[in-house]
Design a protein around this ligand. Sequence first.
Ligand code: SF4
Length: 262
Amino acid sequence: MRFSYSKLQCFRACPKQFEFRYLLKPPVPSQEPIQQFVGKTVHETLESLFLNVWDGKSLQWAEVVSFYEQQWNAGFHEGIQTDSSRNSEAFFQQGRSCLEYFFSKALPFRWGKIRGVEQRIYFPLTESAGMQGVIDLLVETGPNRFEIHDYKTLQAPRTQEELDADEQLAIYQIGIESLFPGAEVTLVWHFLAAQADGRSSRTREQLDSLRRRLVEETALIRKTAIFSAQKGPACECCSYKPVCPAWNPNVPRQLTLSAFEE
Ligand code: SF4
């Protein structure tokens, strides 16, 4: 089974949501918080921007913002949950400001040589389980030296302590090291709305310890027979609330896919 940082996060927040999302996949109307939609659309736009840079093309700001607008209009759907304090136009403009900031910060591009845009990585943990992920931007800054860049669209900047403990980019680092043995890797976050950056690195001991934890945690998930519902903040935008036993006393606690096919 292939795991990812998001799958682990989902299981930690609520095992039942993990079961719904990745195993049972019941047909439910899709719901998407608008903050997530802004993040997705900004990422798609930056993907297009950096693919062009990688190809040696220079894009004008007007082309970038036009692409963003097209992606926004094409992707907007009924299930997007807007925030009561702001309408969707305000969110559109916030995403646009994030892009404008990053466009002027990153271009002309002098951070190094682009080696991957939305770069997929995979590494095995055991014979039957592995980790996968997608790196927003991978830059080679020197011989066998890399930077893993990650964009956080609307998130507030994190403290250095939080960045030093972050698992997501450290998992990506293990993936990069499996492709480039002995690579020197720096982890870089861009908090676009706050116009702030963060950097961190990991020691060999930290990466080995993380790998051991991943082996243990993925083994635990694979052994799980009963995925318990855990009411909490994750319920707020959980698409599976209508079929969740924690919110619907008449729904059996143990569901199988056939329950949704009747
Ligand atoms: S509604 Fe809450 S308890 Fe139920 S699956 Fe979703 S996150 Fe878990």
